[in-house]
Ligand binder design. Structure first.
Ligand SMILES: [Ca+2]
Length: 202
């Protein structure tokens, strides 16, 4: 064999050994070089990625606004995580102030709430501008709420609340949820969409 070929083979073998000796450990996981690990994937209370209808522990309440109707569907064209489904709510209502509540009744205790919310351009243009999280607690169903969060159209916005910071009775929650709001100058709407995804109740 020509000396040049022997040298090439030796270099190739050394390279293969070097590759085998770094970059992976005995269980096959990849060392990212920084000593860190990939953070665990969040398991949401509701991600709406399976099923075809609203879970039984969630309901829509439009009773505070005369003439407002809200129809829920699970929409495969929308997802806060990029691939899946989101809850879509089609709202029809006359002009004037509008309040719509997405109510959750599956938890009696909660220390942190997080909802991802998106307004369609049509809903935003009509006067829906944001929302807030709330809870009703104790025998008197006492109302408490987090800060108002403005939501831009066509952008997923995370709305969070830590009820304990507002002295809410965290041990006796009757209902919690998200309030969508449009003010007194908001226009009449027909089937405008708002979206909710990745609800986390901890
Ligand atoms: Ca989803």
């Amino acid at each position: 064999m020509h000396p040049y070929n022997i040298l090439t083979m030796s270099l190739a073998l050394a390279g293969a050994l070097a590759l085998a000796g770094c970059g992976s450990d005995s269980n096959g996981s990849v060392d990212n070089g920084g000593g860190g690990t990939t953070p665990p994937t969040t398991t949401y209370t509701y991600d709406f990625n399976s099923g075809t209808s609203l879970p039984t522990t969630l309901t829509l309440n439009a009773s505070e606004t005369a003439g407002l109707t809200a129809t829920p569907t699970l929409d495969a064209t929308q997802d806060a995580g990029g691939k899946g489904q989101a809850l879509a709510v089609a709202i029809t209502a006359p002009l004037g102030e509008k309040k719509l509540y997405l109510q959750e009744t599956g938890h009696t205790k909660a220390s942190k709430l997080s909802f991802q919310v998106k307004l369609s351009q049509e809903a935003f243009d009509a006067g829906f501008t944001g929302g807030k999280l709330y809870a009703k607690t104790g025998d008197g169903w006492t109302w408490s709420n987090g800060d108002w969060v403005s939501i831009n159209p066509d952008t997923w916005t995370t709305v969070t609340w830590t009820p304990g910071t507002d002295s809410v009775d965290l041990a006796d929650i009757k209902e919690l949820g998200l309030q969508f709001y449009a003010g007194a100058t908001s226009t009449a709407v027909s089937e405008v969409k708002v979206y909710v995804d990745n609800i986390l109740i901890e």
